[in-house]
Design a protein around this ligand. Structure first.
Ligand code: PMP
Length: 463
């Protein structure tokens, strides 16, 4: 037995306590409060097993990084092969074939105007690159994004993100950033008219709330961006690599963005990797001389294992037909759940594109004092009345789609089966029916959890 196997066997049981001691005690408190404090033992495809041998269906999908399934054997084999090759990667003052081969594959999938790739190690870094390169290429300072958009938590990406729960204590954010309302082309045009906006960044389907744009909106955005010389940046970090039933979500609307950010599932779930795909104009506007040949980059970004994970993931998506599978199973899931909006008073809407699916809850039309109480204590609390029992009683790991929203979201690995969807749909049906009655025990639990979650903030004293 190797030392690693031994270490995990000997100390695996300490995971929660050790995490609380060394990493993030508040997070462990949160997990314990909502009853998500499992000891995880194993994972495969769309499943997780706890230390008691119970199998869970993972529709949270590592926030969208497991499109090819957890511990995908073919991606793993490629990584092992790469390790055994003693490759000469990361020479830094030199190049290797793997980054260029992955770039070639990515460009083959992208619209014709996108001709260059810059590798990164995360979604936020891809967004940072889009902001920096977009500003330099256009010589313009401003950056627009959508209300309720999410683009990452580093300072630049955070400046384009509009969730106050992530931004409020971390200011001042970068200057020149503004948000525009969803689906509103004239509000966007008003901001673009001054011709000082470098780029407009948009998620084709918003991760927060799983919002799908109105027909014509994104096409209109592209037209306006072209008219006013603003770069059109589509953030495919979550929607990319088959999630919405197309390789990239922008294909649904035939878009031709100047910039595309990717990450998450390019990793195969194994090695962090992201990229900014850009038009030749953007590249030429930044990397325009020998001294500027290294104007942006990052030490780890094009490392061997990341590149192999990317190549193997793209191959897996293609060979297993996962993009088509996402479209087909997504349609099936919608068909089987769309009726919930008529059957349950608390269901406002069920929507999805491929395997990016959500159910939104509302106060029952006749009014409900319990609903109002829950909302007063913590907006979006009702959705926890569904997420928690789904996990506890049905062994389905899901998530609420953003702070304060009554939206439950499913972004499972694209390898899920029809039987898995049956499991999800029947569990959801039972759970929503139970939550709709807002039983006292469940409401009391939710209120206690919300109160336990109130900040116990001790600000650092100013020196
Ligand atoms: N953009 C989008 C659309 C995302 O969904 C995310 C992550 N949820 C990010 C950017 C940031 O990616 P990362 O967590 O890898 O930094």
């Amino acid at each position: 037995m190797g030392w690693l196997t031994q270490l995990v066997e000997e100390r695996g049981a300490e995971a929660l306590d050790l995490h609380a001691q060394t990493i993030n005690p508040q997070f462990v408190r949160l997990l314990r409060t909502i009853g998500f404090d499992r000891r995880w033992a194993r994972a495969e495809g769309a499943y997780l097993w706890d230390s008691d041998g119970n199998r869970y269906l993972d529709v949270l999908g590592g926030f969208g990084m497991f499109n090819v399934g957890r511990n995908n054997p073919r991606v793993r084999e490629a990584l092992i092969e790469a390790l055994e090759l003693d490759r000469p990667g990361s020479v830094q003052l030199g190049v290797d074939s793997l980054p260029a081969l992955l770039a070639e594959e990515l460009l083959r999938l992208a619209p014709a105007r996108v001709e260059r790739v810059l590798f990164t190690s995360s979604g936020a870094e891809s967004v940072e690159a889009a902001i920096k390169l977009g500003r330099a290429a256009t010589g313009r300072p401003r950056v627009l994004s959508l209300e309720h958009g999410f683009h990452g938590l580093t300072l630049g990406a955070l400046s384009a993100t509009s969730a106050s729960e992530f931004t409020s204590r971390f200011g001042p954010l970068l200057p020149g950033f503004e948000k525009v309302p969803w689906d509103d082309l004239s509000a966007l045009e008003d901001k673009l008219r001054a011709e000082d906006v470098a780029l407009f960044i948009v998620e084709p389907v918003q991760g927060k709330g799983v919002k799908i744009p109105a027909p014509g909106y994104l096409e209109g955005v592209q037209q306006l961006c072209r008219r006013y010389g603003t770069l059109f940046c589509v953030d495919e970090v979550q929607t990319g690599f088959g999630r919405t039933g197309r390789m990239f979500a922008f294909e649904h609307w035939g878009l031709e963005p100047d910039l595309v950010t990717v990450a998450k599932s390019l990793s195969g779930g194994y090695v962090p990797v992201g990229a900014l795909l850009m038009s030749r104009e953007v590249y030429d506007g930044v990397f325009d001389s020998l001294p500027n040949a290294v104007s942006h980059g990052s030490t780890f970004a094009p490392n061997d294992l990341a590149m192999v994970a990317g190549l193997a993931s793209l191959r897996e998506l293609r060979e297993q037909g996962l993009v088509e599978r996402s479209a087909r199973l997504g349609e099936l899931l919608l068909e089987r759940t769309r009726g919930f909006a008529d059957r349950f008073e608390v269901v406002r809407d069920v929507r999805g594109l491929g395997l990016m699916w959500a159910i939104e809850f509302q106060e029952p039309p006749g009014g409900s004092r319990t609903w109002k109480l829950l909302e007063r204590i913590q907006p979006g609390l009702f959705s926890q009345l569904v997420v928690v029992p789904l996990f506890r009683d049905h062994r389905i790991l899901s998530q609420v789609a953003g702070h304060g929203l009554n939206v439950l979201k499913a972004i499972p690995p694209l390898v899920v089966t029809e039987e898995d969807l049956d499991w999800f749909v029947s569990a959801l049906e039972e759970t929503v029916a139970g939550a709709e009655k807002m039983p006292r025990a469940l409401v009391r639990f939710a209120l206690q959890a919300a109160r336990a979650g109130r900040p116990q903030r001790r600000r650092l004293a100013r020196a």
